[in-house]
Write a protein that binds this ligand. Sequence first.
Ligand SMILES: Nc1nc2c(ncn2[C@@H]2O[C@H](COP(=O)(O)OP(=O)(O)OP(=O)(O)O)[C@@H](O)[C@H]2O)c(=O)[nH]1
Length: 366
Amino acid sequence: MPNLASLFLKLLTLGCQHSSSKTLERKVIQVNLGVMVSATTILTFDFLFYLTGNGALIYSGLIQTPFLLLLPTVWWLNHTGRLFLARWAIFIIVISDTTSTLLLAQGTQLLIHYYFLLFAIIPAAFFEISQWRSSAILFITNLSLYFFFQLNGWEALPEIYELQAQQLNLLRVIMVGSSVFTIILLLLISERYSERNEIFLEKLANTDPLTSLNNRRHFIDNVQQQLAKKLDQNLALAIIDIDHFKQINDTGGHDAGDEALKHISQILSKHVGEKELLARIGGEEFAILYIESTAELATKKGDALLRQFENTPFYYFEKEYKITASIGLCLFTGQQDLDQVMREADEALYQAKEGGRNRQKIKKIA
Ligand SMILES: Nc1nc2c(ncn2[C@@H]2O[C@H](COP(=O)(O)OP(=O)(O)OP(=O)(O)O)[C@@H](O)[C@H]2O)c(=O)[nH]1
């Protein structure tokens, strides 16, 4: 079973490695899925035709065999990076398949010409906006084919007229239903992919790429949201600045500095509670918003953090780097301007640095 699932996933994503964007990747997946849906539809109808025992329908199923065998070439084209050709290939195959079956066996009796409506709509999803000419050609061709057969009809092989009315109706319903199902499936994939892309882009816009912590902008947005929750709160904003960070870069190189920042981020992530907000707001500067925090609680937390830094040295290529930090803390109630709170915390941080580093200073604004 897991092998089947991984095979399905492999076939679905064939060619994605050649896609230059998430949108193109989605289209490649839709084309690959189109191959699966087309093959399943052909095989299902072949089976149903076999069940009816009607010779003309069984013959119409046989006519489809070469097209069924051609479908994997679409996967092969995607796999080899010929994404544009693959999209044309799937349409040429399914249009030829439908037309041959209609002309040589089924006529318009089973409503197979309704598929032309499906083939007219889908190119808009399969091709990119810049390839609108392909979408337009396929749209006009398929719509013309649909109108032609809808208005003029086409005679089926005589044996098809021997089908019972009930059988014929059932096959018609399945034929139209499968077109609608295909459209819904492709729409769902499109929606799911767009949703995933939005989440991905949002994360990218909100996160610091080096440490994966929230960035400054996202931190400020989150704090503003916290302030909007209620008027009077006990909040504390801490700005944490690593002491003499430049020395790590100077001694171990920029890469050592980067690794040290990751190490520091891990300590900070473990330190903050579930509801507290943490971010990297500058090069070697971090911020925490403590919620429901008195002066005593915030001081305790700050002290614990300073000890944690001291007790967790950073190693890079077996060299030990002692890490200490200075903290500027501002206690506030949520009714003040955030810029003012940040300025006060910065001022407290400056005092902590001036006072000899590896310490915290507290300010309170009412
Ligand atoms: N490796 C690395 N270094 C960074 C990054 N961002 C900032 N820095 C470095 O951090 C150092 C900050 O130096 P300063 O602002 O002089 O402060 P400091 O050396 O930490 O000293 P004090 O803050 O005064 O204790 C600079 O050398 C920056 O190049 C980064 O993303 N990666």
